[in-house]
Write a protein that binds this ligand. Structure first.
Ligand code: PGA
Length: 254
């Protein structure tokens, strides 16, 4: 973590939750956030689209941010089942995740599509959280840096800056598995991403842009991961479904 970049602790609820438990968890976190009275980190909840309104109501005035898990690259039109970034902004979202590896794998999303989605998010006034990360086979082949830098180059849109873009490094093999890279490996990849960002954008953006780590972040490993120089927060899946665990992770950041 750096002095310059406020840590962002983001909960990616994925396809989990119903109105009752979703709102309850959000209210629980809102209460803790209000009691804490702000401070060392920003908190973001990214529930499924069905829960955005209820979670948004539950966290109103708490300082917790609301985000979505995906968006379309067009503003409106004939795209059955899709939701645009402008619609998310209309609902009170401030952030949207794009290019999560589960979208890349389940929906065949490539860097060009992720880039278009991130551009649409930024145009709608949202902060785009662009996900990158290597598979286990790529890691075993020693291709981590090449893959991750390539995804960043392909997925970060023109006009991205430290205020409208967050990168999430999520090794695919670490997601939901309980396995993580070592702290030294995480730091090395994050530093490499920051150097790549300097090439894609400029030094100022690279220095200010937050790079989150995601993949089996838990209360037990959060303090170590979040203390790394180029780790500016976490994108938390499974552990964000427990208010206690998510809060423990967040408070490890500050
Ligand atoms: P996990 O998921 O924390 O359950 O590993 C992280 C993510 O996919 O964002």
């Amino acid at each position: 973590m750096s002095q310059q970049r406020t840590p962002l602790i983001a909960g990616n609820w994925k396809m989990n939750g119903r109105l009752e438990d979703g709102a309850e968890r959000a209210e629980d976190l809102a209460g803790r956030m209000q009691a804490k009275g702000g401070g060392g980190f920003q908190m973001l909840l990214c529930p499924p689209a069905t829960l955005l309104t209820a979670v948004g109501a539950a966290i109103a005035d708490s300082g917790i941010f609301l985000g979505a898990q995906d968006c379309h690259f067009n503003d409106s039109g004939a795209h059955t089942g899709d939701i645009s970034a402008a619609m998310l902004a209309d609902l009170g979202c401030s952030h949207v995740i794009v290019g999560h590896s589960e979208r890349r794998a389940d929906h065949g999303e490539n860097d060009a599509l992720v880039n278009a989605k991130a551009a649409a998010a930024i145009a709608a006034g949202l902060i785009a959280i662009v996900c990158v990360g290597e598979t286990e086979a790529q890691r075993d082949a020693g291709e981590t840096n090449q893959v991750v830098a390539g995804q960043a180059r392909g997925s970060v849109p023109d006009g991205a800056n430290a205020g409208n873009l967050v990168i999430a490094y999520e090794p695919v093999w670490a997601i939901g598995t309980g396995r993580t890279p070592t702290a030294a490996e995480v730091q090395a990849v994050h530093a490499m991403i920051r150097a790549t960002m300097a090439g894609i954008t400029n030094d100022q953006t690279a220095a200010g842009c937050r790079i989150l780590y995601g993949g089996s972040v838990k209360p037990g490993n959060a303090a170590e991961l979040l203390s790394l120089a180029d780790v500016d927060g976490g994108l938390v899946g499974g552990a964000s479904l427990s208010a206690d665990d998510f809060w423990a992770i967040a408070t490890a950041a500050g």
